[in-house]
Design a protein. Structure first.
Length: 108
């Protein structure tokens, strides 16, 4: 993963601003924030658009949840944040300080 925008989705090759195609495993269900491929046909969520960044990368940077430069802690995002289906983004719901969950010797 990179802090720099990628012109195309690495899986379906959608360009920035275009919807992901087919069963792209990068695309997210905008109702749940989880992977869109394999989710129920009954879900009527809008199509996800490639932004140039991996899903959740921006929120990890905003929350300071990084392993290092350009390395978002997506596992922490999925366990300590809540998907906002109206805003189509993750929101921080963690009540502990950012350093409380950091491994010993690491900073948030």
């Amino acid at each position: 993963m990179s802090c720099l925008p990628q012109p195309c989705c690495p899986t379906c090759e959608a360009r920035v601003g275009e919807t992901h195609t087919g069963v792209c495993d990068v695309a997210r269900c905008l109702a749940t924030g989880l992977q869109r491929s394999g989710h129920g046909d009954s879900c009527r969520c809008p199509q996800d658009i490639w932004t140039g960044h991996w899903p959740g990368e921006a929120e990890c940077a905003e929350f300071g949840w990084l392993y290092g430069p350009g390395l978002p802690d997506l596992n922490r995002l999925y366990t300590h944040a809540t998907w906002d289906p109206g805003a189509h983004r993750w929101t921080r719901t963690e009540t502990t300080s950012p350093t409380a969950l950091a491994p010993e010797g690491d900073s948030p």
